[in-house]
Design a protein around this ligand. Structure first.
Ligand code: NAD
Length: 289
């Protein structure tokens, strides 16, 4: 397959590098692209001859701008595979633009972070028609270990923001419970041993424990260097609140998590730290602070 890859940042660069081992890849990013991948001078140039154009961009606004640029240039029947995390409406608008230009669009945000992108072990959450999903499945196999077909356009983004809303809420719950355990004089290792094998268990506790020196290796063991940065969690929680507002869904825990991460990132030195650094934040506080 001829692949145009647009947006080769922390995630896009290793994904494109993995694809280039088996496919012809041409890349475009205004900031530069990794060695070994031929560079296009513009997004249009990366897109116009490609069977599949992959975008891995920071947000919905940039995705919409790039979409407006590349869709008119793409070959009839080609696929625009967007792997960015964006709002559901942007994903649906990209699909509508694709229909208007005789091409196909897929939203396929990922879970697994930079490590998963490098190792080719991402999980893809996919909004697409069945034929388009089948066409790009070999690419998911290279970049990831699992691709779940969630439904039509927009479903991939919907799955991603619901998943990350649960993640934000459970991470906060896990961190505040550790801080309470500290104040009750409970040993953190004992807390981990109980909760990780009890009904309070979650991925946040079992696989990404926010307490250093306990459980599997996690950013807590590396002074909370991300990992998954608090500001990226805030981005996803904002997206879930936008979606909840648009769909008139009641999400009080998601809203509380969004507000806490907003405060952490904007007012409390959380920017640039892993999202599990909520634990030292809670541990330093009292009920009245
Ligand atoms: P990043 O900022 O490192 O990369 C984005 C790239 O897009 C940058 O290199 C930037 O130069 C490029 N870009 C910006 N405008 C462009 C344009 N008009 N044309 C072409 N390229 C342009 O971000 P990232 O960490 O690689 O994340 C990419 C997406 O993946 C985001 O939507 C993010 O939410 C999502 N995501 C990230 C992670 C993670 O752990 N980093 C995990 C899951 C999902």
């Amino acid at each position: 397959m001829k692949i145009g890859f647009i947006g080769l940042g922390n995630m896009g660069a290793p994904m494109a590098t993995n694809l280039a081992k088996l496919h012809e890849v041409i890349g475009f990013d205004p900031v530069g692209i990794p060695d070994g991948i031929p560079a296009a001078h513009s997004a249009t140039m990366a897109a116009n001859d490609a069977d599949v154009v992959i975008t891995m961009l920071p947000n919905g606004e940039i995705l919409r701008n790039v979409t407006a640029e590349i869709h008119p240039a793409m070959k009839s029947g080609a696929i625009h595979l967007d792997c960015s995390t964006v709002d559901v409406d942007s994903a649906k608008d990209v699909a509508q633009s694709a229909r208007g230009h005789g091409i196909r669009a897929i939203d396929a945000p990922v879970s697994g972070g930079i490590g998963g992108a490098s190792a080719g072990t991402l999980t893809f959450m996919v909004g697409a028609d069945s034929d388009s999903f089948a066409t790009v499945s070999p690419l998911f196999d290279i970049m990831g270990q699992r691709a779940v077909h969630c439904g039509p356009s927009g479903s991939g983004q919907a799955a991603k923001i619901c998943n990350n809303m649960i993640l934000g809420v459970t991470m906060i719950a896990t961190c505040e419970a550790f801080a309470l355990a500290d104040k009750l004089g409970l040993d953190r290792k004992a807390m981990f041993d109980v909760v990780s094998t009890s009904s309070g268990s979650s991925w946040s506790m079992n696989s990404y424990c926010p307490a250093p020196g306990i459980g599997p290796q996690s950013p807590a063991d590396n002074n909370y260097k991300p990992g998954f940065a608090a500001e990226l969690m805030l981005k996803d929680l904002n997206l879930s609140q936008m979606a909840a507002t648009a769909a008139d869904a009641d999400t009080p825990m998601g809203k509380a998590a969004r507000d806490l991460y907003a405060k952490f990132v904007q007012d409390e030195d959380g920017r640039g730290k892993d999202f599990s650094a909520m634990l030292p934040r809670f541990a330093e506080r009292t009920r009245s602070t």
